[in-house]
Design a protein around this ligand. Structure first.
Ligand SMILES: Nc1ncnc2c1ncn2[C@@H]1O[C@H](COP(=O)(O)OP(=O)(O)OP(=O)(O)O)[C@@H](O)[C@H]1O
Ligand SMILES: [Mg+2]
Length: 318
């Protein structure tokens, strides 16, 4: 126990809780805020709860990977963040825009100016009859207000940054899948969005090509400071990002944070740590291997300690 925690009393802790309540609201400093997000689909009279009260905060400038089993709700979440779908309940805010209350005009502007979206299907990201340069220029034309010379310059800059300058005057069918995806990233970045979303952008690519595409996302994040959320099944990608959030049954369940540590000899190594997600109501999911190891079922005893909460098996029950 450290000196700073030794003297902590329950009254101190209660005071801290009260201070926190009076402080800023949930997600005030985040660029993406999902607060108890619910999305229910009805197909053939059957209800599917794709999102079941999902909480997620993403800060400006973060590169976050979303991982999770098929059907866990990743694409549903991405479509909502992209402004393509509207949640059934809860709250979702991106760059100060309320995704539940936007009218059609605001939604159009949101999709054009605030978010960029890259899909898994390479063929769906680019218009087949336009060259790479024309595809990248298109979002700027649709928005208007950018001078012709500035547009040409931005197209050049983006294609160079994503390492596809040589594709400038080619139609999509004359590019490889990896080149198409990198041009698609340039299209998504054309109007300098606050957030770049990508749903399995490397899903149709072999692993070496996928790695190049992922490197392109990383460059966009580092050089432009764009906040990026990538859904991926690719373990190599999920293993490289600083933050990988796991989605399970329509909720965020845990996350892995990585940071670089330098040892006494100056050697750098990546240190990963897994965290459980504590939701807004204070719920947290205990890993089955922990609860089974101690035979925990139905109810557990909680005790507040100065620097942790103890969870113990119910010794009064059976
Ligand atoms: N338009 C829809 N109508 C009905 N059900 C849907 C619809 N879209 C998604 N669902 C259902 O919602 C759940 C979550 O689907 P979602 O596509 O978000 O999963 P996912 O995590 O992206 O999976 P995958 O890894 O396979 O892409 C699934 O049970 C799915 O069948
Ligand atoms: Mg999906």
């Amino acid at each position: 126990m450290s000196d700073s925690t030794r003297g902590t009393t329950l009254a101190d802790l209660e005071r801290r809780v009260a201070e926190r309540r009076a402080g800023p609201a949930y997600g005030d400093d985040a660029l993406i805020v999902c607060d108890r997000l619910v999305r229910i689909f009805t197909a053939d009279g059957v209800e599917v709860q794709a999102l079941q009260g999902l909480d997620l905060l993403v800060r400006e400038g973060e590169l976050t990977a979303l991982v999770g089993a098929s059907g866990s709700g990743k694409s549903t979440l991405m479509n909502i963040l992209a402004g393509l779908d509207v949640p059934t309940a809860g709250a979702a805010r991106v760059a100060g825009r309320d995704l539940l209350t936007m009218d059609a005009g605001a939604r159009l502007r949101y999709r054009r100016d605030v978010v960029g979206f890259v899909r898994q299907q390479t063929a769906r990201n680019l218009l087949p009859y336009l060259t790479a340069a024309q595809n990248v220029a298109l979002p700027m034309q649709l928005r208007g207000g950018t001078k012709r010379a500035r547009k040409a310059e931005r197209v050049r800059e983006l294609l160079a940054m994503l390492d596809v300058a040589e594709c400038r005057d080619r139609l999509p069918h004359r590019m490889s899948g990896g080149q198409q995806q990198r041009v698609a990233i340039a299209v998504a970045l054309a109007n300098a969005p606050s957030v770049l979303l990508a749903d399995e952008p490397t899903g149709e690519l072999d692993s070496a090509t996928g790695e190049q595409v992922f490197a392109a996302f990383r460059r966009a994040n580092e050089e432009l400071g764009t906040t990026i959320v990538i859904v991926t099944h690719d373990r190599a990608v999920a293993g490289e990002v600083r933050r990988a959030v796991a989605v399970r049954d329509g909720r965020t369940s845990s996350e892995v944070l990585r940071r670089t540590e330098v040892d006494a000899e100056g050697r750098e190594s990546m240190v990963a740590r897994e965290y459980a997600t504590l939701d807004r109501a204070g719920r947290l999911q205990l890993p089955a291997e922990y609860t089974e190891a101690l035979g925990m079922e139905h109810r557990v005893l909680l005790e507040l300690e100065p620097d942790h909460i103890a969870v113990r098996p119910d010794d009064d029950g059976s």
